[in-house]
Design a protein around this ligand. Structure first.
Ligand SMILES: O=C[C@H](O)COP(=O)(O)O
Length: 329
């Protein structure tokens, strides 16, 4: 497993990365896709065994997980104050003494992810930090509001200052095999995003099977999405390793055929440092180091940061830590 130098984190602003322009809808490519579920599960089950890293490397990889995190709050009871406190944490994700001991004083998360109404307080609280605001959109989480309102919601969030838009797809288009409808929907969303980067939430727990996950991933990339994202965090099954593996392999196939690098965002239920490491190892093994940067990989997570901070505290102090020492604000 590769060691990560602190200065290896690519903070290349997304604006400087060549964006995925998308390509036409290739139905033949979709039809030819085959997924072997048994092989996918076997490979995914073997991944946690690869997690044994020396302590120093482990700390570096956990800091990388923070650098690649969309720190998220998506609750019905969100308030401007809660979002402001989260933004303070986004700017300084580790306790100052801990950050100093790790040589990570400049570490921040990749983005803050909120509902539309929380864009303004987040944007104000993050001013000058360079941390972008991501907004969930298009009738998140179900995506079943009228189509013109879903498009307008994207435009409003971009006008309000969101630099990243997490859209949800219509699951029925996948379940009914209506790839043209899915492609057109995603292309319209991408156009509405304009300069904002689009993350397409596939809600994989509602897509039926892994072959559908593969096909939906590919259609989203063909339509020009910047990231594919597993889940809203609200489905009964969210980010799983087998689903992640299939999506990463589709990103690899799309890159091989088009040259475009599309990002990956697992989200929903990732709350333990050890699980974050497994995901990073999987990305490293499937796509290599270029994908282990905030420009191409994000965790969507509301509670992962505090577990990572506790784990880092244990490593640095040599003894146990407790949650209250790592206030989320
Ligand atoms: O997009 C992010 C997810 O909603 C976060 O899910 P989580 O609360 O399970 O970490």
């Amino acid at each position: 497993m590769q060691s990560l130098g602190q200065d290896n984190v690519s903070h290349l602003p997304q604006a400087m990365m060549p964006r995925n322009d998308g390509i036409g809808l290739h139905l033949g490519w979709l039809k030819s896709l085959r997924v072997n579920p048994a092989a996918v599960h076997e490979r995914a089950n073997a991944l946690p065994g690869l997690r044994r890293l020396p302590a120093e490397d482990r700390a570096q990889w956990l800091c990388r997980a923070i650098a690649c995190m969309d720190l998220t709050t998506l609750s019905g009871d969100d308030t401007a104050n809660r979002v402001r406190r989260l933004c303070t944490k986004a700017r300084q994700p580790l306790r100052p003494d801990l950050a100093q001991a790790l040589g990570q004083e400049a570490l921040t998360v990749a983005a803050i992810c909120v509902y539309h109404e929380m864009i303004e307080p987040a944007r104000t609280a993050l001013e000058g930090s360079g941390i972008p605001v991501a907004a969930v959109s298009t009738g998140f989480p179900a995506g079943l509001s009228p189509f013109h309102l879903r498009v307008a919601e994207i435009e409003e969030s971009v006008s309000a200052g969101a630099q990243e838009i997490d859209i949800v797809i219509s699951r029925r288009h996948v379940l009914e095999g209506n790839w043209k409808a899915l492609y057109d929907e995603l292309r319209t969303f991408r156009d509405a995003c304009g300069p904002a980067h689009m993350k397409a939430i596939l809600a994989t727990g509602e897509l039926g099977d892994l072959r559908n996950v593969a096909r939906a991933s590919l259609v989203a990339m063909m339509a020009g999405t910047d990231f594919i994202k597993t889940s809203t965090g609200k489905e009964p099954v969210n980010a799983t390793l087998p689903v992640g593996l299939v999506m990463l392999r589709m990103i690899r196939a799309y890159h091989a055929r088009t040259g475009f690098q599309v990002g990956m965002k697992p989200a929903g239920g990732i709350s333990r440092a050890k699980d974050a490491l497994t995901w990073l190892i999987m990305v490293h093994e499937e796509l290599g180091m270029p994908w282990l940067s905030p420009a191409l990989f994000r965790f969507g997570a509301s509670s992962l940061l505090s577990d990572i901070e506790q784990e880092l505290d244990r490593m640095v102090s040599g003894h146990g830590s407790v949650g209250w020492r790592h206030a989320m604000g």
